[in-house]
Design a protein. Structure first.
Lengths: 112, 111
């Protein structure tokens, strides 16, 4: 298995909803990442988990809450989002001691 | 601090013509460099990477890039493009567990 998977592919939610994005990899990678990408822009780093511990939080608002239940799984819990949070959310992972990141296909989020 | 500059926001080219997408970086330390491709409505796919060794790096889909330390460049090339190469291309540099992306170059192929 040589890929990063993300579910759902598309998500539409209201500003009062609670939802979660899921990311999974079975490549033995020990670092996992969440990015946010707006249209026609490069991805922006949100969070980094290293060996299941949060190592980097790029000053992301608390309405985004990451969770890493085990070495293969990364979640992003969403609550009380704003319309400007609508974007493509990308997950990535990288092998131990390596800088190369491998990306999933993303979840297209629309906040109404 | 490390940074990446992609000099062209858009590059139109005819099918079967050669193409070069330009990337310059700034760094005070040794760098790892990457090119990623993003097809419409998809995630990012790694095209190629330079970690060390030979300065000419070959990637997938017939792309290659050359690391030039003196010019701090890592330009991406393909000798003959295809319609299926239409996509956004991101140059990137790694820095302290992060990847710093350039602003992207949109490659559009004309038949």
């Amino acid at each position: 298995d040589t890929e990063v998977t993300q579910t759902p592919k598309h998500l539409v939610m209201g500003m009062t909803n609670k939802k979660s994005l899921k990311c999974e990899q079975h490549m033995g990678h020990r670092a996992m990442y969440w990015y946010k990408q707006k249209a026609k822009k490069p991805p922006e780093l949100m969070f980094v988990y290293s060996y299941e511990k949060l190592s980097i939080n790029e000053s992301v608002p608390s309405r985004f809450s990451p969770e890493c239940p085990n070495s293969s799984l990364l979640n992003l819990h969403l609550h009380a989002l704003q319309p400007e949070d609508s974007a493509l959310y990308l997950c990535a992972s990288s092998p131990p001691g390596a800088d190369t990141q491998y990306f999933g296909p993303g979840t297209r989020l629309t906040v109404l | 601090a490390q940074s990446v500059t992609q000099l062209d926001s858009q590059v139109p080219v005819f099918e079967e013509a050669p193409v070069e997408l330009r990337c310059n970086y700034s760094s005070s330390v040794s760098v790892y460099l990457f090119w990623y491709v993003q097809y419409p409505n998809q995630g990012l796919q790694l095209l190629l990477k330079y970690l060390s060794g030979s300065t000419l790096v070959k990637g997938i889909n017939g792309f290659e890039a050359e690391f030039n330390k003196s010019q701090t460049s890592f330009h991406l090339r393909k000798p003959s493009v295809h319609i299926s190469d239409t996509a956004e291309y991101f140059c990137a540099v790694s820095s302290a567990s992060k990847i710093i992306f350039g602003s992207g170059t949109r490659l559009s192929i004309r038949p």
